[in-house]
Ligand binder design. Structure first.
Ligand SMILES: C[S@@+](CC[C@H](N)C(=O)[O-])C[C@H]1O[C@@H](n2cnc3c(N)ncnc32)[C@H](O)[C@@H]1O
Length: 304
C-alpha cells in the first residue's frame, strides 16, 4: 500500500489517496469524508476503509436518496439512485388520482397507506412519506440487519418495521387497505451475481441481490399475494430490469391486477405497476395510470 502523502489529511491529499485507489469520484468523495470526520485520525480511518473498497455509503453511514439522508449500516443494501424513479412514479400516480377525485373528502380523510416490502434501509418508505406528507408506513425485511437499519430511518416518519418473509409479518388489519405496495425485491439473476461490481458482491448480502434463476423469484411471490393487500385502486410498484419487465407484467395480469410499465432511460430504471381495479362507485384514494413505456442505479457512486 502506498504511504500517505505528508500533507494528509488535507483535501487534496485525501483526493489523491482515493484516486490512487481507483475511486472515480475521488474529489466529491474526499469532500464528503473530510466533512464526516470529527478528527484527523478518524479521517485517516475513513479514507483507508474507502480506499480498501468499502462502499462510500457504508463508510459515511448514510446515502442520499430523493434528497434525504438515509442511514445505511454495514451489510445493508445501499439504496440506488434509480430506485428514486419508483418513488417519483408512485407520487405522481397518487397525485393524479387525488386530482381526479377532486377535493372529495374521502381522498384526504386518511393518510396514504404505504407498504415497503424488501425495504433494506427503508429508503423507499421514508421517501414516500416525505413526499406525501401524510402516510402510514409499514416496512418489511427478512434480514435482521436491514430491519434494524430500517427502524432507524422509518421511525423518523412514524412508521413501523417488521422482520420476516414478505407479507408474513404484516398485521392482518392491513389487508385490503394498502394504497402503495412498493417492492424493491432482489432481482439479479443468480448467474449474474458474479458480474456485479465488487462493492455489491463483497459488501451487500446475497439475500439483497439474488433474485433466483431469472431474477424474478421474489418479485413473483410479491405479485401473487398483492391483490389481498391492496386497497381498491391501490398500486403495486415493482422495480425490475428492463428485460424482466414483460414477464413481471404478465405475472401482474395473472394476479388480476391491471399492469403498466414505466421506464426512465436517464436512470436506467424500470417499474412494473399493478393496479387493483376500483369499483365504479368506490372512492379510490390512489387511482390513475402509469405511463406505458417500459427497472435501478446507485445513490451516489457505483452501480449494483
Ligand atoms: C435489492 S435490496 C432493496 C432494498 C430497498 N428496497 C432499496 O431499494 O434500497 C432487497 C432487499 O430485500 C430483502 N429481502 C430479500 N428477500 C426477502 C423476503 N423474502 N422477504 C423480505 N425481504 C426480503 C433483502 O434483505 C434486501 O434488504
Amino acid at each position: 500500500m502506498p504511504s500517505l502523502p505528508s500533507a494528509f489529511p488535507s483535501l487534496p491529499a485525501v483526493t489523491a489517496r482515493l484516486r490512487s485507489a481507483g475511486c472515480v469520484f475521488a474529489e466529491e468523495e474526499a469532500r464528503l469524508l473530510v466533512r464526516a470526520a470529527p478528527a484527523p485520525d478518524d479521517l485517516t480511518a475513513l479514507v483507508e476503509r474507502r480506499a480498501a473498497g468499502v462502499p462510500l455509503e457504508h463508510v459515511l453511514g448514510w446515502a442520499g436518496f430523493c434528497g434525504l439522508r438515509i442511514a445505511v449500516d454495514p451489510g445493508v443494501f445501499v439504496p440506488r439512485r434509480r430506485t428514486e424513479f419508483l418513488v417519483r412514479q408512485a407520487v405522481a400516480l397518487l397525485r393524479s388520482a387525488r386530482r381526479s377525485v377532486g377535493s372529495a373528502a374521502g381522498a384526504r380523510a386518511r393518510p396514504t397507506v404505504v407498504v415497503d416490502l424488501c425495504c433494506g434501509s427503508g429508503a423507499i418508505g421514508v421517501a414516500l412519506a416525505a413526499a406525501l406528507g401524510r402516510a402510514e408506513v409499514h416496512a418489511v425485511d427478512i434480514d435482521p440487519a436491514a430491519a434494524r437499519c430500517a427502524l432507524r430511518n422509518v421511525a423518523g416518519v412514524g412508521g413501523r418495521v417488521y422482520e420476516g418473509d414478505l407479507y408474513r409479518p404484516l398485521p392482518a388489519g392491513l389487508r385490503g387497505r394498502v394504497d402503495v405496495l412498493a417492492a424493491g425485491a432482489p432481482y439479479v439473476p443468480t448467474g449474474a451475481i458474479g458480474l456485479l461490481p465488487a462493492e455489491a458482491r463483497l459488501h451487500e448480502p446475497r439475500v439483497a441481490l439474488d433474485g433466483g434463476a431469472d431474477g424474478l423469484d421474489v418479485a413473483r411471490r410479491v405479485i401473487a399475494e398483492a391483490p389481498l393487500w391492496l386497497a381498491p385502486g391501490g398500486r403495486l410498484m415493482v422495480e425490475t430490469s428492463e428485460r424482466q419487465a414483460p414477464r413481471a407484467a404478465e405475472a401482474v395480469a395473472r394476479a388480476g391486477l391491471t399492469p403498466a410499465t414505466a421506464r426512465s432511460e436517464e436512470l436506467d430504471a424500470t417499474v412494473v405497476v399493478g393496479t387493483r381495479p376500483a369499483p365504479a362507485s368506490g372512492h379510490p384514494v390512489s387511482s390513475g395510470s402509469a405511463s406505458s413505456s417500459s427497472p435501478r442505479s446507485r445513490s451516489s457512486t457505483s452501480d449494483r
